[in-house]
Design a protein around this ligand. Structure first.
Ligand code: SF4
Length: 430
């Protein structure tokens, strides 16, 4: 059986033209996807957790397999006994599970956080203070005659973005010949090599370059020693400004090279303001390059439910938002939380050492289809159906368009949403 128009649950592009060939509940072939997508579908069962399991003591080396009821009971007990639980992850699962996780956080007085606090959090904080002029990826494909990739490398990180939406693709009114592509980065990436112009900037100088461009657009003189300040020569800045003002429809895509470099949300704040100012000359928009496929989903869902997009604390029984104070990385590094529920992520592999180390000292529950480093140090591991392959649901593309994830094969396990619903029932019972 061939299932068409499947959405790829890997990166923020959420490509929705994937065809998956399934025989006897096994994925045999994948068409249209990039290499990462094909691997994600074909190897979804590799290193999968085979049964709910737990350790009787934190120091035990081995897990014992248990029933789902026992795993839920133990998880409920840990969350109920915790004074300051942390719920973290959820950027790679469906919106329905993200909503249930927030409900569980409210019920247990937990702090809930997702990955933006370590990647695109500064973009969201800048958006809250200055707004954002965005465009859908379809609009970019059809109209953009100038594309700027700032601190991102889609050819390697979002493999179909360049060919499908922003680079070589041909839209109704634009194509590669009409599109002028610029990459601004600290090194010459693959995307830079495919661009018409590569502007190499000194590390940590994004804010300075953005500020100089904004000032020059308003008629201020560019200082002669600008190259010493940020590694970019005056002619390149002047040409860039002329191209920006002369474009019919421009778009800036920015990545962690901008959001996590020195200046953080001030860089994004400046870039968004630059795009607003360019709209006095022509049409320009700005979009973040989101990595995990449903980061945007949690931002939307938690925004509706609590008013806040990430780093939300319920310890006073109402939602409070303060990135830094309520960011998972800092809460763990400061050793504040006394239990953690990790869903669809692997903080031991990805978070800084001090944060990961605290997880080894407190009760941890991991809900994940795969056995990860975090699962290894957990007290309870609950396997789930992989969202977008074994479970359906909703996800938001990087440009804020919601798409429906399909189930292409069956799983013996519950989805993240169903597991979280059972946990909510268990906590209410307790
Ligand atoms: S670009 Fe991203 S969403 Fe598209 S097929 Fe590749 S991994 Fe999947």
């Amino acid at each position: 059986m061939e299932i068409k128009n499947v959405v790829c649950p890997f990166c923020g592009c959420l490509c929705d033209d994937i065809t998956v060939k399934v025989e006897d509940n096994e994925i045999k072939a994948v068409k249209n996807g990039c290499g990462i997508c094909i691997t994600k579908f074909i190897k979804h069962h590799v290193n999968a957790v085979q049964s709910p399991m737990l350790k009787k003591e934190k120091t035990d080396e081995n897990f014992v397999n248990v029933s789902m009821d026992e795993a839920i009971e133990k998880t409920g007990e840990i969350l109920k006994n915790a004074k300051y639980p942390l719920i973290f992850g959820l950027s790679t699962t469906e919106c329905e599970a993200q909503g249930k996780a927030l409900e569980l956080a409210e019920l247990t007085g937990a702090t809930i956080d997702q990955l933006p606090s370590v990647c695109h959090g500064p973009s969201i904080m800048a958006l809250q203070s200055v707004g954002q002029i965005t465009a859908t990826l379809g609009e970019v494909k059809n109209r953009a005659d100038m594309v700027i990739f700032w601190g991102c490398n889609p050819i390697e990180a979002h493999p179909r973005h360049f060919n499908r939406y922003s680079g070589t693709t041909a839209g109704m009114w634009s194509d590669r010949n009409k599109r002028y592509i610029v990459t601004i980065d600290v090194r010459e990436t693959h995307t830079a090599k495919k661009s018409d112009k590569f502007i190499k900037i000194s590390p940590g100088k994004d804010y300075e370059l953005i500020s100089i461009i904004r000032a020059a657009i308003k008629g201020q003189k560019i200082p002669d020693n600008v190259e010493e300040m940020m590694g970019v020569n005056k002619d390149d800045i002047e040409n860039l400004i002329n191209k920006m003002k002369g474009a019919k429809y421009g778009v800036v895509f920015y990545g962690m090279g901008m959001t996590q470099s020195f200046g953080k949300e001030l860089n994004t704040d400046g870039a968004i303001s630059l795009v607003k100012e360019l709209n006095e000359w022509t049409k320009f928009s700005i979009n973040p390059m989101l990595g995990h496929y449903n980061v945007a989903g949690a931002v939307h869902v938690w925004g509706w439910q609590s008013g806040y997009p990430f780093s939300i604390n319920f310890s006073l029984q109402y939602p409070r938002y303060n990135p830094g104070e309520f960011s998972a990385t800092q809460i763990l590094a400061r050793k504040e939380c006394d239990a953690a529920l990790i869903i669809a992520t692997d903080p031991v592999a990805h978070l800084p050492n001090e944060a990961a180390r605290h997880l080894a000292e407190i009760p941890v529950i991991t809900i994940d289809p795969k056995f990860s480093l975090t699962a290894l140090i957990s007290d309870v591991v609950i396997p789930c159906a992989t969202a977008g392959i074994e479970a359906e649901g909703t996800a938001y593309r990087m440009d804020g368009i919601p798409l429906r994830l399909k189930r292409v094969v069956r799983s013996e396990f519950l989805s993240d949403r169903e597991i979280l619903e059972r946990l909510i029932e268990k906590i209410k019972e307790k």
